[in-house]
Design a protein around this ligand. Sequence first.
Ligand code: IMP
Ligand code: MG
Length: 188
Amino acid sequence: MKEMVMSHQAIEITCADLGQKLTTLLKNEEKLPLFICVMKGAMPFMVDLLKYVSVPLLEDYVQLESYSGTQSTGIVHLKRDITTPIDGRSVIVVEDVVDTGLTMTFLKEHLLSLGKPKRILICALFDKKIARKVDVQVDFTGRVLTENKFLLGYGLDYNGLERNTPYVYVPTEEEVKALDDLLKTKAI
Ligand code: IMP
Ligand code: MG
């Protein structure tokens, strides 16, 4: 049996709650705030979250990679960069899950090398606080996870699979095996 972590309905409620908090925070910005989606995992979350952020804003995307299978490799690659100038803006990084913290540390440093934002805030659907290798503060969190389990669905993937599942769950070993079989037979 699948272990449900966040149902489709709970995701919607979480996005509404975070969106309202961000709306309050960003009401009186001098420059348009910039929301940066960390691809590919945070794409569904970005789309749903922004439905509930009712201030004028800009969107951009970075693509970062550090995972292989169910493990972080510890090395972060920047595969696609933003094109929007960030000087003087509030920058809100939208992430699916903060795990070791390496990706967010890398991205913050990278953004600071591109310009002088007013501030950089992190909004993550999940925070695996216990898995941290480097200290990163998540400013807006959907849910803090107290156990270090590998999650799938709603953007979270296993070698590219399962991003299109509309809820978040912990896969069983059999489910991971079935995904491996799919990758071996149908992904090539
Ligand atoms: P960090 O650099 O270790 O904090 O990892 C962050 C990235 O790893 C996230 O953007 C996710 O793409 C990926 N990740 C971390 N935990 C999981 C998980 O449980 N399932 C799928 N991807 C994960
Ligand atoms: Mg990610």
